[in-house]
Design a protein around this ligand. Structure first.
Ligand SMILES: Cc1cc2nc3c(=O)[nH]c(=O)nc-3n(C[C@H](O)[C@H](O)[C@H](O)COP(=O)(O)OP(=O)(O)OC[C@H]3O[C@@H](n4cnc5c(N)ncnc54)[C@H](O)[C@@H]3O)c2cc1C
Length: 449
């Protein structure tokens, strides 16, 4: 079988690996000169420093991604791995409380942390423990597809304080959407897998290398060693369809590459543009993420990372501590703003200025320090918009034409838009392609934990 994979993000790379295990003729097309898709590093033209388009964090529950990282030979020190879940949360004045898993079997491991979470009063702590457990155990999730998480919590009488101090810092970065708008089954899935799954399932893996060094570059070497022809810097103009069957792809210069199977690992908008006819994959919508990098003349953080509330900072990473002084360019904070609709249209200067002011309120050591430089990365279409009803717009691996298979974090993996979801989708699309047209029932979901 001649297989073509379009898109060299995690989904496309995972698909190419899976295909190459069983068929020798696999070609991967990626329009940019490098692999990695939405997880990449680059030299910021303003500051001259190497920065990442986003802090790419994973949790222990990301099993297919972890297997993928091992398969590509990602450096063993690419991530600082927590032995068990532990999330420091700072309030707007920098006071910390840590949600740490206890040495107890799941789901009891989180109960002591929730009961001791001193950003909330006792009544709210009890409510959070009760509601988080209820959400993780939720039955018949499909029936709740149209109920936003915020509404479900409100029906249970959850206080605005608990939403601000517990739910927002955890759910917003995981789904890239505010609690008021968050898809309920996806929120439940995240809680079940990461928080209630067990101490190591929720343990964070924090990047110590940029995503290109940790993922894109080793993956390219491993793909080529596996016999995949990697054609980067080559944009696919169209997926060629004849008699309702995908028969190859056409490239910018007019070249047509024939294939028996085409796996699209394109984002929805790009897939719509590459296909004949109207398919409306992009109706899922997109949500922005903004990342800022602030370099100071001295260290300003007390811990490698923290979530926040009562401050615009959301999540703060001490890049010097995590990546080392050489890679981070000296003392540097990475600030990650999910669901960044209010930020995306501001100028980079204004974003850096506002965040630096917030840093001064939350991290007291900032007050004696000088801001040396800043860089801001805006990703207006960082992920699909994980709002109510989104699951209905997430297709399975079978495409609208015979011989066309769909992958990408936006397809129906059951996961939010994550690297784990992307890898799962690529593997499922490749497995479906290898099984042939009768594979209509192949599902990305439930492919093992
Ligand atoms: C700022 C930011 C922060 C994030 N943080 C996290 C995180 O902490 N943890 C986590 O798990 N996930 C995170 N994500 C999400 C994660 O990066 C994505 O879920 C994942 O990388 C998506 O992979 P993909 O292969 O589905 O899509 P993509 O990575 O988008 O891959 C699609 C590829 O197709 C290529 N392409 C497009 N058009 C064409 C064409 N016509 N011809 C050829 N190639 C084409 C693109 O260049 C791209 O490389 C983050 C994303 C962003 C943007």
């Amino acid at each position: 079988m001649r297989a073509v994979v379009v898109g060299g993000g995690l989904a496309g790379m995972a698909a190419a690996f899976r295909l190459a295990r069983e068929t020798p003729q696999v070609t991967l097309f990626e329009r940019r000169p490098f692999l990695g898709g939405r997880a990449f590093s680059f030299r910021d033209p303003d500051s001259g420093a190497i920065v990442d388009n986003g802090q790419h964090v994973l949790v222990g529950a990301c099993r297919r991604l972890r297997a993928f990282l091992a398969r590509i030979g990602s450096p063993s020190d690419a991530f600082a791995r927590q032995p068990s879940l532990g999330i420091p949360i700072l309030d707007g004045a920098g006071r910390a409380a840590t949600l740490s898993a206890a040495r107890l079997p799941a789901p009891l491991h989180l109960v002591p942390a929730l009961l001791r979470y001193r950003h909330l009063g006792l009544r709210d702590r009890l409510a959070v423990a009760r509601d988080a457990a209820a959400l993780a155990r939720l039955d018949d999730r499909a029936a709740l597809e149209d109920v936003p998480l915020g509404e479900w919590l409100a029906r249970r009488g959850v206080s605005p304080r608990a939403i601000e101090r517990f739910w927002e810092p955890l759910v917003t970065p995981a789904l890239n959407v505010r609690v008021a708008e968050a898809n309920l089954p996806l929120s439940a899935f995240f809680l079940e897998r990461a928080l209630w799954g067990g101490p190591s399932e929720g343990a964070l893996w924090l990047p110590r290398l940029g995503p290109s060094e940790a993922i894109g570059e080793p993956a390219r070497r491993a793909l080529e060693a596996a016999g995949v022809v990697v054609r980067s810097g080559e944009r696919v103009d169209a997926i060629v369809v004849q008699d309702s069957r995908a028969v190859g792809v056409s490239l910018g210069g007019g070249e047509v590459v024939a294939a028996d199977s085409v796996v699209s690992a394109l984002p929805p908008r790009e897939l719509d543009a590459a296909l004949p006819g109207t398919h409306g994959f992009d109706r899922l919508g997109a949500a922005p993420i903004v990342n800022a990098f602030l370099w100071y003349d001295r260290a300003v953080a007390d811990r490698p990372f923290a979530g926040t509330f009562g401050s615009p900072l959301q999540w703060v990473f001490d890049r010097e501590r995590l990546l080392g002084a050489r890679r981070s360019g000296g003392p540097c904070l990475g600030i990650s703003l999910s669901a960044a609709d209010e930020w995306i249209d501001l100028s980079k200067e204004e974003i850096a200025e506002r965040l630096d002011e917030a840093v001064a309120r939350v991290l007291p050591r900032r007050r004696g320090a000088k801001l040396r430089a800043s860089a801001v990365v805006k990703e207006p279409r960082a992920t699909f918009r994980a709002g109510p009803g989104c699951t209905r717009s997430r297709p399975g691996p079978r495409g609208p034409f015979e011989g066309l298979w769909l992958a990408g974090d936006w397809t129906d993996t059951g996961w939010p838009a994550t690297m784990e979801g992307a890898v799962r989708s690529g593997e499922a699309a490749a497995a479906a392609a290898l099984s042939g047209p009768s594979a209509a029932s192949v599902s990305t979901r439930g492919s093992g934990r």
